[in-house]
Design a protein around this ligand. Structure first.
Ligand code: G3P
Length: 216
């Protein structure tokens, strides 16, 4: 399973890039707005320059024609941009048009297997089931990830599944077990994934044992 970072925070992206395990970034209008930077193009371009993999940037207009036009504009900002399009009927229309132009789409705000299947048929490069938000309303978000992965495999559909709206490290474990191609994780969750208290205890003990030896 590949790891994407789910953030628009440039400092966090730079820090995570040093680890050498982040192969893409996903943003959304809320994440960009959280950083308080009005220049959307500048933020997205900077992210694209830090991480060479796929960088998802979302359209922020409504209507198939307006979304398609904005998607073309955003796609021109950098070669590694993927356009996030919401999982609606208009969104399908946009994906179909963009797929013909070889512009990659990430079908976002996906909450059902049918939405994912239609996105794959329309030519989406990625679908993003929102695990945490489904869990929030009493559904099983990860069961949806597994269903989508299984169905795409059954029909050999090339669309990749991004487990999104990840809230904690156990979501990452479950996404990997469910066969998600990618998990997009907030920076805090990425840092939690590497931490284990027994590792810290073990390192401290090894070092103190070593220092005791050097004092002899
Ligand atoms: O990748 C989708 C993500 O940005 C949404 O996460 O926590 O707002 O549901 P959340």
């Amino acid at each position: 399973m590949e790891i994407f970072l789910d953030t628009a925070n440039i400092e966090h992206i730079r820090q995570a890039a040093k680890l050498g395990i982040v192969s893409g970034v996903t943003t959304n209008p809320s994440l960009v707005s959280k950083e308080g930077k009005a220049d959307y193009e500048a933020v997205v371009k900077e992210i694209c320059s830090i991480i060479p993999g796929p960088i998802s940037a979302e359209v922020v207009v409504e209507g198939a024609q307006a979304m398609t036009e904005q998607a073309r504009k955003i796609a021109s900002w950098a070669p590694n941009i993927v356009i996030k399009i919401p999982a609606t009927a208009e969104g399908l229309e946009v994906i179909s048009a963009l797929a013909k132009e070889k512009i990659k789409v990430n079908f976002t705000l996906c909450f059902s297997l049918n939405q994912a299947l239609l996105a794959a048929r329309a030519g989406a490069a990625y679908v993003s089931p929102f695990v945490g938000r489904l869990d929030d309303v009493g559904h099983d978000g990860m069961a949806l990830v597994k269903d989508i992965v299984d169905v795409f495999r059954n029909y050999q559909l090339p669309t990749k599944v991004i487990a999104a709206s990840i809230r904690h490290p156990q979501h990452c474990v479950a996404a990997a077990k469910a066969g998600a191609h990618i998990a997009t994780v907030p920076y805090e969750v990425l840092m939690q994934m590497i931490k284990h208290p027994l590792t810290n205890v073990g390192v401290a003990r090894f070092l103190s044992d070593w220092q005791r030896l050097s004092k002899k």
